[in-house]
Every structure is written in structure tokens, then in C-alpha cells.
Design a protein. Structure first.
Lengths: 308, 80
């Protein structure tokens, strides 16, 4: 199929399948999936600028589907999502400026690669440790008959003591997040978490859900199911902003994004529905390979000089 | 419980087949006609193109989700 905007010839079946896979991952983990979509579009000959911009447009559509599904399950905290969107957009702008500075210094590829490998490996290692520790503690309590009536949404974390300490920070103004079960948390903490997510999004590309979803769970103390749904809601806003800026620069082939999204619409629903059958720690444990895939792609690019 | 899962899975597979037929029709009809207009817009009015691109994406997301929900409901009702 010929796509006149980018001038690319790509099989629509390939696009639908890629969209479907990314849709499942996005609906289940609350990530944009750009670490797969970017290389997948690049692999069929789409230029990098189009791959990035088009992927963002497709993320908007996929996230709308997943959020509507998550919202039906009560997994979206709109108030938190809107606050985070402000911090994310600010962070994304700073991240993009950092990239420009590194470009001028002439070492952008090396610095970005090293930072991303460190971040990806750090997230995977930490989440592997935490989710395994939480699951082991849960199993041990279940064996002793302590835990009764546990549901999929009942969430606990081995990192809870740090989260509680963050909640105790009285840095005015304080915000209540009743949907997420958070009685009071400093607005600055929420903005900082969103800003860091946005910073990595602008610096490393993509939606940076691999940073935002875990930090919502561990820093803000949001239950995993709500973190997934709310992250997707926040991604709609930030990815729409990204789509707009990229489209103005001529980096979006919306026809490719629309075709990809026909697969993602089904995948995102499957992913969102699947979260109802897993507890928080299990979702976090299943999340571990995702940043590792991202790290593997960057290491490959660094060693061979070929972008996937 | 197993019977219920099998029913859901069957309904989902039927839904996939119908959805695939609808999507193929969509590619050839809608995208074919939209292609030229969008290309013109992208070349001459970038800001309008950016807004239209986002609206198209959100519109398609809402429509496709409603289509899949209705399809699944219809198939399940017929199976019962």
C-alpha cells in the first residue's frame, strides 16, 4: 500500500499486526510502546522523523481506546492525570532542549545511549527485586492464612515504607486523590514525577511510560491498575501535544497511523481487560522485560552503528 | 466457568473475523479517498493538518471501540 504523505510503500497487514502487539502491551502496562513501534516502522524503510511522529499519532488513538476501557473498570484518576500532564509537557520541553545542547556539543548519540541503557536496566532490576519480594511476602502470608478476600486490585509493594515517607512530606499545597486512595500528597511531588517522565520522553523519545508507570506506583503510591489507566490518560494529552508539534514539522503520516491503529484498537482492549485478571505485583513483574528490550535495542545501535 | 471462557473466546474470534472484513473495506474506501486530501493539507496547511490528524485519530479510536463493543455484544447475544 502506498502512503503518499511519507512516500512509503508498506504492507497494511504488517502495520495492523505491529499495532495489535503494541496495543496489547499498552493496554496492559500503560506504556506507549514506542520502543517497538519506532524500530518496527524503521525496519520497513520509514525515515526516523516520520517513524517518531507517526508513532506518536498512533499512540493517541491507542490510548483513547485503552483509557475508555480502563475507565469502565474505574482505573483512571482524571485529577491526577491532568496535574501530571502539566509536569510532563514542561519536562518534555526541557528534555528536547537538552538534546539540542548535546547536538551542539556533538556527542548526543553516545550520551543518550548511555543514559537510556542505565535507566532501562535500573528500572528492570528494581522492579524485578520489588515485585518478587512482594509476591514472596504475599505467598508466605497466604500460607499462614493471614490474607483473606484478596482481590486483583488489592495492591501492595515492598517499597511501601518509602512511599509513606513521601506522603508525609508537608510541602504546600497538598492534594487529595480520592480515586487513587491517596489522602494527601504534595502537588510538587506529583509535578516532579511528571516532569521527570516528560524529561525522559523529550530526551530519549517516546512516551516514557516505562518510567512514569513505575514512579506512579513507587513514589506516588498509586495502585498499579490505576497507575496503568491514569498513565494512559496522561499519555493521550502528552502524545497529542507531541503529534501536533511533529505534524507541524512535517513528521507525521496520519494514514500510516490510522492503519496501525485498526490493529491497536483491538489489542488495547485485550490488554486493558487482561489487567483485571492479575494482581499489581504480577503486572509489575511482567513489566520487567519491557525496559530490557529497550536497552537491548540501544546496545545494538551503539555497537553496530545501525539504528533498528 | 470453562464453558463461559470458551463462549467468550468463540465470540471474540467471530468478532475478529467480522472486524477484519470491516477494516479491509475501510482501508480501500475511506483511506483511499482521504489520502489525496490529507496530502494536500499536509503540504499547504501544516497547522490545519496537525489538528485534523489528531481529530481523525481520536475519532477513529472512538468509532472502532464502539464497533467492537457492539459486535461483541451482538455475537454474544446470538450465541446465548
Amino acid at each position: 500500500m502506498f502512503f503518499p504523505i511519507s512516500g512509503a510503500h508498506i504492507s497494511p497487514i504488517y502495520l495492523v499486526i505491529v499495532g495489535f502487539v503494541i496495543g496489547i502491551l499498552g493496554g496492559f502496562f500503560g506504556v506507549g510502546g514506542s520502543f517497538i513501534a519506532g524500530p518496527a516502522l524503521r525496519a520497513v524503510g520509514l525515515d526516523w522523523n516520520f517513524a517518531i511522529g507517526t508513532d506518536l499519532a498512533h499512540i493517541v488513538g491507542k490510548s483513547v481506546v485503552a483509557v475508555r476501557q480502563h475507565r469502565a473498570f474505574g482505573n483512571v484518576d482524571l485529577k491526577l492525570g491532568l496535574i501530571m500532564a502539566v509536569g510532563t509537557i514542561g519536562g518534555a520541553e526541557v528534555g528536547a532542549q537538552l538534546i539540542q545542547m548535546l547536538k551542539r556539543a556533538g556527542n548526543v548519540n553516545f550520551v543518550v545511549s548511555i543514559v537510556s541503557i542505565t535507566v532501562y536496566l535500573g528500572i528492570s532490576t528494581f522492579m524485578l527485586w520489588e515485585s518478587r519480594k512482594t509476591l514472596t511476602a504475599q505467598k508466605s502470608r497466604e500460607r499462614r492464612g493471614v490474607v483473606k478476600g484478596k482481590t486483583a486490585k488489592h495492591d501492595e509493594s515492598a517499597f511501601e515504607h518509602v512511599t509513606h515517607a513521601i506522603h508525609r512530606l508537608r510541602l504546600w499545597p497538598m492534594v487529595a486523590l480520592p480515586t487513587s486512595g491517596v489522602k494527601a500528597i504534595s502537588l510538587w511531588v506529583i509535578l516532579l514525577v511528571a516532569f521527570v517522565g516528560g524529561l525522559f520522553s523529550g530526551f530519549l523519545g517516546g512516551g516514557a511510560g516505562y518510567i512514569r508507570m513505575p514512579s506512579m506506583v513507587y513514589v506516588l503510591g498509586i495502585p498499579t491498575h490505576l497507575a496503568v489507566g491514569t498513565d494512559l490518560f496522561e499519555i493521550i494529552i502528552s502524545a497529542s501535544y507531541g503529534t501536533f508539534t511533529h505534524a507541524v514539522k512535517g513528521n507525521v503520516d496520519i494514514l500510516i497511523a490510522l492503519v496501525m491503529h485498526t490493529g491497536a484498537a483491538i489489542g488495547a482492549q485485550i490488554g486493558a481487560i487482561s489487567t483485571q485478571y492479575f494482581t499489581g505485583p504480577k503486572i509489575r513483574l511482567a513489566f520487567v522485560p519491557l525496559p530490557l528490550i529497550g536497552a537491548a535495542i540501544v546496545i545494538y545501535t551503539l555497537m553496530t552503528g545501525h539504528k533498528l | 466457568m470453562k464453558k463461559e471462557t470458551a463462549k467468550t473466546l468463540r465470540a471474540f474470534l467471530i468478532e475478529l473475523v467480522i472486524y477484519a472484513v470491516l477494516v479491509v473495506g475501510y482501508f480501500f474506501l475511506v483511506l483511499h479517498f482521504l489520502g489525496e486530501g490529507l496530502q494536500q493539507l499536509e503540504q499547504n496547511h501544516r497547522y490545519s493538518y496537525a489538528v485534523v490528524a489528531i481529530l481523525l485519530m481520536i475519532g477513529q479510536a472512538v468509532v472502532l471501540q464502539n464497533v467492537t463493543t457492539v459486535l461483541l455484544r451482538l455475537i454474544r447475544r446470538r450465541a446465548e
